[in-house]
Unconditional design. Sequence first.
Lengths: 343, 437
Amino acid sequence: MSVLKLTVSTLAITAMSATVAVARDNVQIAGSSTVLPYAAIVAEFFGENTDFPTPVVESGGSSAGLKRFCEGVGENTIDIANASRAIKDSEIAICAENGVTDIVEVRIGYDGIVFASDINGNAFAFTPSDWYTALAAEMPMDGAMVANPNIDWAQVNADFADQPIMAFIPGTKHGTREVFEEKVLLQGCEDSGAMAAMIDMGMDEDTAEGACMAVRTDGLSVDIDGDYTETLARIEADTNGIGVFGLSFYENNTDKLQVATMSDVVPTTQSISTGEYPVSRPLYFYIKAAHVGVIPGLQEFASFFVADELAGPSGPLADYGLVSDPELADTQAAVANVTLMGQ
Amino acid sequence: MSASKHGSLLQTDPHTKKRNAAEKRFRMYGLSAIAIALIALVILLVSIISNGASSFRQTYLSFPVTINAAEIEAAESALLKTGAYNKIIQTSLLTYLTENDLLQDIPEEDAFGMISDEAGATFREFILANPEAAGTSFQLNLLANGRIDGYFKGRVTAQTALLDKNVTPAQLVMADRLAEQGALVKRFNWAFFTNPDASDQRPEAAGLGVAILGSFYMMAVVLFLALPIGVAASIYLEEFARKSWITDVIEVNIANLAAVPSIVYGILGLAIFINFAELNQSSPLVGGLVLTLMTLPTIIISTRASLKSIPPSIRDAALGVGASKMQSVFHHVLPLAAPGILTGTIIGLAQALGETAPLLLIGMVAFVKEYPAAWSPDAGLFGEASTALPVQVFNWTQRSDPAFVERASGAIITLLIFLLIMNALAIFLRKKFERRW
């Protein structure tokens, strides 16, 4: 009898829960922690300037966000995924498998990746080859690959101060790591002639590229899997450390950090938008077109996000460190017309 | 003979000395263990309180503001309405500064930068609520920018301002002048407990309102589900179930469940409540259900322990005068066990209140600015997105603006106070109602 009672009450509870929650009236966003502050700023303005509720913005990383985005169509899935890289073909395929076929890609601007160290420490003027020479796991020397012998910045470049190498770079789960590898390490590998030397040694191009982007694991380079706040804490604890940050994070902590130039260019929103400063990447968000018109405020939020007043060069996002997109007008048109990817 | 072998009782022999020394050493170990624990606690508390105590006070800027109907109309037709209201505030500030001859050599832009970005929203809300204010001059209390607030809390100094891109030394000079004038004052920060979260550009406006509400809703769900289910399960297992291998298996499983890492319940919650039952993600309902699952074993274990501690003579007496089994349980055993059950429940709730890990997976680690309603026709009971106290701490420690460090520590203090109250209540109830046999 008690078993019967238990079953009945369980069913009752389940039935009750299933009927109480059916719909939502707010936009739900998840994804990149780099895009999160921008999305939160826009969400805040959107909530206070329109009659729609403030969207809910979750963090969790580009890949995790896109994974949830691709889980399917319906009110218990997210409407927008933030990403600090473009969506991959494999992700588009997974999306399509789960019925998410119509996706609108929105590029909101660019984010600079900067190298910064303790405010009271030595100043640095890096080139990509300096970083390659300092962080490569192995480098070609006299026709053979040897473990990186450099332990001091002065060994890397005679112009640098005598300071032990200690780098805090983003961990592999961050989108920033990919940019760091491609635009700094690989570039440096090519610039310094190490790439050519490896190919001369008989490596094929792919292996050589892999070797270029392999980071030393002897403790002089530390992967930071957390946020920039963790990198900052590590630099405060070890003033020899040099960390990789997003431009906006640096701009909010200029009293604790000094930024290094890259190929003699100081990273600013200006130098990044003109392309002078080499290490930057586009930031995106992806809209589930099937939810447009179903979730109230979704279309309006997307248009609001890319409006000149917000994402433009003098808007609040640029104030916070976003490098605004010179082709913003095209993006605005694409959002207004709900232009799907691949059209 | 034996006396010579063992010596006098008044004289300690080497063996006794050794034993006494061992005891002394053990006491020292114990004392040092306690000392280490206390030092760790003191360091933790000191660092949190020294970082966070300042979050309970906030700097406000108050000066007369004027706006006319035409300006309101123009502002309301803009896309960024709050931005337009900000401009009006800036004009009024400029008037105030020139009238009192405070501006002097300081650039206008610097003076404008002292007002929080939140001011436009505050102003707009005020105007929409008091349309009759148009055309008049009225005193408005506005938040000062986070850096200016930091100056009055010692976080920002003239030296750091030189290097900091978000504040200039001139602004600090102006802040001093305004403080002297009485226009810039530090007040108790009620908004910290009532305001919702704010974006990275407005740390001064960020508060715990949504987080406290969310935590409260979740605790309500946990209390109303875990307590009845837990007590019913315990009574059945303890009083009615025949001891067999099945009850043994259940018992072992409950003990195991109590030790399962809490993140596992988050995975379960995501699979069952969000993906299968299709409840709203980020909602306190799902959070509460997950925490209920997590708290159940704790409540069952403590309830069973307090039922066990009731002497069998009470049950026997009740049965002896003709009470049924159920009457003996509900009329005699349960009331006597109630203090123990309550204590266990409160401790379980306190544990659930501080839990973060399972909430990561069900979308509660988010930027939520709307107060969640307890019930809405669209989202149902506790169905609107919210955060929770521990999650808010986690969120704020990831923000880039240094002012959020203070906010995060303030949130920790708030959470600790809630936990302290709950644990004190548990101890009080136990002391007051507990009976010994």
